[in-house]
Design a protein around this ligand. Structure first.
Ligand SMILES: [Fe+2]
Ligand SMILES: [Fe+2]
Length: 195
């Protein structure tokens, strides 16, 4: 037994290896497990190291750049398309939900732009990658398929990086897109039952 190991109330507590003590908060751990619960660093500079945003660019991350650019083009196109869909929507409820979806896309674009700038030191001007149809029903159909494909694309990006921040942002965006897809499918079905 290591000198710093203790027992408390009959439970054996193994001391935390000194190797893992960082310059930030003491790490918590489960008494019954050797796996620590990671605690976020308390100061911003250390936090950026934790996110690996201050580290050198990993060679694999270079392959990520075109994928992030594609994601930004997709978000930019969706923002323009959903403005049109919001205008075409037949009910206030649908308009409101499409408006909220559009706000999510703006948030995604801002997040991805920030990631792109962190990785490359440059700013990217997104382009419209695909124009969306002018008619509501075919617009919904287009939006549904696009959201579904976007989920795959974001999960691919997330799987290709070991950067925790990028992983987390793309996984979150993927679940937003999945939620959007379900709304568009619901609107499509309602449109069919109305006609
Ligand atoms: Fe999005
Ligand atoms: Fe979306």
């Amino acid at each position: 037994m290591h000198p710093s190991d203790t027992t408390y109330g009959g439970v054996f507590y193994q001391s935390y290896p000194h190797l893992y003590h960082g310059p930030w908060n003491e790490l918590f751990r489960y008494p019954d497990s050797s796996y620590p619960i990671e605690q976020l660093p308390s100061d911003l500079h250390a936090y950026h190291h934790y996110l690996k945003l201050l580290g050198p660019l990993h060679p694999r991350k270079k392959d990520l750049i075109p994928l992030i650019k594609k994601a930004m083009d997709g978000e930019y196109s969706a923002i323009s398309c959903y403005k049109q869909l919001e205008h075409l929507a037949p009910t206030q409820k649908e308009k409101k939900i499409i408006h909220e979806i559009r706000k999510d896309e703006i948030r995604h674009l801002n997040t991805f732009s920030a990631i792109y700038t962190q990785l490359t030191g440059k700013k990217y001007d997104p382009k419209i990658s695909e124009k969306c149809p002018n008619e509501y029903k075919s617009g919904l159909d287009f939006a549904f398929c696009d959201e579904q494909n976007t989920v795959d694309h974001y999960l691919d990006i997330s799987a290709q990086t070991d950067n925790k921040y990028i992983k987390e942002q793309f996984t979150r965006a993927a679940s937003d897109e999945q939620n959007h897809a379900v709304w568009f499918l619901y609107f499509l079905n309602r449109g069919i039952s109305r006609s």
